[in-house]
Design a protein. Sequence first.
Length: 159
Amino acid sequence: MKLKILVGTMTSTADYVAQAIQMDCADLIDDIQIELMDGLDISAFSAENAKDALYLICTSTYGQGDVPDNARALYESMAAQPQFLGHVKYGVIALGDRTYLQTFCFGGKKFDERLADLGAQRLGEVYCHDASTGTMPEEEGTAWCRQWLADALQGTAAA
């Protein structure tokens, strides 16, 4: 089993979270790959790419609740070239700031909605980190991911 962390970011915060997860969760899963969403499209979720993989979408929110610029092509390709993604198992770490309540964590929530619409199977709940709390997203995201990974790996082993 491998973990593929797809990163959508404008200021590198989501990338820092992914790197912290890669370092901290190596004892839970041997193969953790981080890939910036730059240039990706829906083929990132092909059956071949998804074989023995869990996906973790780790993305910030930008502007008026949009996905980051580097994630736009992937996000839009899921609407422009829809495919059934029932073979995809995923989780979401959404980064946001609750002072923007109307669009809080929409980057991650939009990915979750689009993946679910295409039949992908979300494991666990979407984790939303609130930057206005002053907590470090790397620490909070890693703690959430350790539990998420343990549950996901136990669930896939039982299946």
